[in-house]
Ligand binder design. Sequence first.
Ligand SMILES: [Zn+2]
Ligand SMILES: [Zn+2]
Length: 73
Amino acid sequence: MEDSELCLQCGHPFDPHAIISTTGDPVDGGIMLCPRVDCQCYSTWGLDGGEARRIPDRVEVEIIREQIQREGS
Ligand SMILES: [Zn+2]
Ligand SMILES: [Zn+2]
């Protein structure tokens, strides 16, 4: 497996990571979470390498992560 296929944050395969648009509009960027249960991987993203317009707080990230990881299991 190529290194580029692994997440730099957690080392799990990059492919199933959940890309979430935090404003509901993909143009505004958002966060990316790993669907592996109990993985704390978290990163933000924006179009063209920019910043996400809205960064969710810790509690909101936890809620989203729980949904992602429950769906993935
Ligand atoms: Zn990851
Ligand atoms: Zn992970």
